[in-house]
Design a protein around this ligand. Structure first.
Ligand code: FES
Length: 359
């Protein structure tokens, strides 16, 4: 098997434990606690010349003047590492930046979690190869175990009701683990690249970007950190060409680029022609958002729990598609490149960098 030739300890099994289906076992996988991992990193990093600032999101980025704005202050830099999930575009390199962002495809994935009897699921990470795929992970928690089950991935802002996806995931989890007591659910965003490899490396002379981890953020985020360190210290890194943000020669990349981006013109038009979700502002219930037509404009209208209404332009501030209401998570999601906005329009996830405009 190719995995063995590449040095992995992998074995084909006719029946894998628990799922009782054929599969491949990769032995000796590592598992670690994300917050403990981050805490140890932060403790190792924080020092006299390397402060860490929390609650300091960069809201503007000016590549020409080499400065970034956070909490109302401009911060000058010699070099910058953009590890912002979807790289910030800032105030320059507009064409290159927009083109780069269209090489990324944002997917939403849905997860439920619950306690299961101790030992009822082997400690392992299970996933299948369907599209969309499903995954199951389990962890020891005192007297019981805790399992998470996820899937139903789709391009952000596209497809069916988000509530129905959670229902499907919960039903599939209960089928596998009938005694599971589900107590949490959430969704996350995965950034895919057009050839399945991340983009990690210098984008401009003094800028380094790291994105497109395709759901393997722990591993590839760590790879990116090593590469960023080598970039800063001037050390040659063997993975530079493979992950180069401007690489062109990866097999299959061109086709996938077109496939992922045929969405943009389609959803740009479709979102503008689509019937509004609500007949009038009055039809929007408390805690709900709807796209409502007002004259020639499509407004994103949100009514909060107290009944207060916020009217915004429904036009995504990235490249002009009309956003949609995500009822399961109370967000506005863009079907074109996956930007997400809070109910009152603030940016939750790029590529958009500015809030929905008030109307
Ligand atoms: S994310 Fe690109 S147009 Fe909305």
């Amino acid at each position: 098997m190719l995995a063995n030739e590449l040095g992995f300890d992998a074995a084909y099994l006719d029946r894998i434990p628990f799922l009782k289906a054929p599969g491949v076992r990769f032995a000796d996988q590592a598992k670690f606690h994300p917050l403990k991992f981050l805490t140890a990193l932060a403790e190792g990093f924080h020092g006299r010349d390397s402060p860490i600032f929390e609650k300091s999101a960069v809201t503007k980025f000016d590549a020409k003047k080499k400065r970034a704005r956070a909490n109302g202050y401009w911060i000058n830099y010699d070099r910058v590492v953009l590890a912002t999930n979807n790289p910030l575009l800032g105030e320059s390199s507009l064409i290159a930046g927009v083109f780069f962002q269209t090489k990324l495809a944002l997917y939403s994935s849905y997860v439920v979690g619950g306690t299961v009897p101790r030992g009822s699921i082997p400690i392992a990470s299970f996933w299948d190869t369907n599209d969309p795929y499903q995954y199951l992970r389990v962890d020891r928690h005192g007297d019981s175990d805790y399992a998470i089950f996820g899937g139903e991935d789709h391009k952000t802002g596209q497809g069916k009701s988000t509530e129905s996806r959670f229902r499907k995931i919960a039903a599939a989890f209960r089928k596998l683990a009938p005694s599971a007591k589900i107590d949490h659910r959430w969704s996350g965003q995965i950034i895919n690249s057009n050839d399945g490899l991340p983009y990690i490396g210098p984008n401009e002379e003094d800028q380094f970007i790291a994105t497109g981890y395709c759901g393997n953020g722990f591993t590839l985020g760590t790879v990116a950190a090593i590469m960023a360190r080598d970039w800063v210290t001037g050390t040659k890194n063997p993975w530079c060409d493979l992950f180069a943000p401007d690489r062109k020669k990866i097999l299959g990349g061109t086709w996938d680029y077109l496939r992922e981006n045929k969405d943009y013109p389609y959803y740009l038009l479709q979102s503008r022609l689509r019937a509004p979700e609500g007949a009038s502002v009055r039809a929007v219930k408390r805690g709900e958002g709807k796209i409502v037509r007002l004259g020639r404009k499509k407004l994103a209208v949100y009514r909060d729990k107290s009944g207060k209404v916020k009217k915004m332009s429904g036009v995504c501030t990235h490249m002009g598609c009309i956003v949609r209401w995500n009822e399961a998570e109370a967000t506005w999601d863009c079907p074109c490149h996956g930007s997400r906005f809070g109910p009152t329009g603030q940016v939750l996830a790029g590529p958009a960098e500015t809030a929905l405009r008030s109307a």
